[in-house]
Design a protein around this ligand. Structure first.
Ligand code: UDP
Ligand code: MG
Length: 315
């Protein structure tokens, strides 16, 4: 098997047939040596029916991993990577924002340039709001400052890997999987290939602001413990400041007497300090929560069944 194509699908009934046809057209002869692995991530629409239809009609090697419910894209990717057997594995969205034609370009790069192990597509100009791009810029600055691995901005998770990279990624057993971080963490020589993000063919994106914020926080916490260090240092600084203040107040009272004043200052200080305390406890709690998830060691997804030619014979 030369190539595995891993496609996470959540409510993509309209896109599945388009995606399949576009991939077959783009890959041409290469399709004979390719396996398509779709993951139906608990879709609530007709995605499963569309995928079953593809499996039934396709002359090629198509498999569908059918989850018991929605477990999220990260879990879907993990299931797909575990199943993949190709010499090269590519991850691509089902929504046609990433054109399957690029798979051929990625394939050529890995074939012709042995020094590269990963091809990552990155977006050139992307049409998005000023606020969103500001938030994204900030996120990358923060995460790069806080972690030891390098996160490349606007590099998508549309990527092709050699086998050794896939094996390396699968060797990370953590539950809180932040794929972008895992790509960066495993290292390897990465070729950055510019590409154009298309509009979604049908359906709508599953992201909203709060999901993005949670994703960003998960990412930072999965790859850095520096926030804990920062709050500790903040605690030390505040403690030292309070000693200096106390000495100042005592001396001032001894010399000038004690006129009652400074209630607003007091109120502000209490607010500020309790705010910082709550923030610190919050950060601590987040790490504890992650630890809780890791120790429970639940599987990241549950597979209901697998459709596809090979499995029919195996089981
Ligand atoms: N996806 C998934 N599970 C989810 C959410 C999304 O498998 O819970 C899939 C989705 O079907 C698509 C890909 O992940 O193929 C990217 O999702 P989306 O288009 O919503 O994200 P965006 O392109 O906006 O980053
Ligand atoms: Mg999309």
């Amino acid at each position: 098997m030369k190539l595995s194509v891993v496609v996470p699908c959540y409510n993509e009934e309209g896109n599945v047939p388009l995606f399949y046809q576009a991939t077959v057209d783009a890959l041409g002869e290469l399709m004979r040596d390719t396996e398509l692995i779709f993951i139906n991530d608990g879709s609530k629409d007709g995605t499963l029916a569309a995928l079953t239809n593809v499996v039934d009609k396709s002359p090629y090697d198509v498999k569908v991993i059918n989850f018991s419910r929605n477990f999220g894209k990260e879990a879907a990717l993990l299931a797909g990577l575990r199943k993949s057997a190709g010499e090269y594995t590519v991850i691509i969205d089902a929504d046609m924002q990433q054109r399957p034609e690029y798979i051929v370009d990625m394939y050529k790069i890995l074939e012709e340039q042995p020094e590269y192990d990963v091809v990552a597509a990155y977006q050139g100009a992307r049409k998005e709001g000023k606020v969103l791009s500001f938030l994204k810029n900030t996120f990358y600055k923060v995460i790069n400052a806080l972690t030891d691995v390098e996160f490349v901005q606007s590099a998508s998770d549309f990527r092709m890997f050699r086998r050794v990279v896939v094996d390396a990624m699968l060797s990370l057993t953590e539950r809180c999987r932040f794929t972008k971080g895992i790509f960066a963490w495993v290292g390897f020589n990465t070729y950055y290939m510019p590409y154009k993000v298309e509009a979604r063919a049908t359906g709508k994106s599953n992201w909203n602001f709060f999901k993005l914020l949670k994703y960003a926080m998960d990412g930072i916490m999965a790859f850095s413990v520096k926030p804990l260090l920062i709050v500790s240092v903040l605690g030390i600084i505040l403690f030292l400041t309070s000693i200096i203040c106390t000495i100042y107040v005592v001396i001032k009272t001894l010399i000038f007497g004690d006129p009652v004043a400074g209630f607003p200052t007091l109120a502000c200080l209490i607010l500020m300090l309790s705010g910082i305390q709550l923030l610190s406890i919050g950060i601590l709690g987040q790490y504890l929560a992650k630890n809780y998830t890791e120790t429970k060691a639940r599987p990241l997804y549950v597979v209901k069944n697998i459709l596809g030619s090979e499995e029919k014979h195996e089981e």
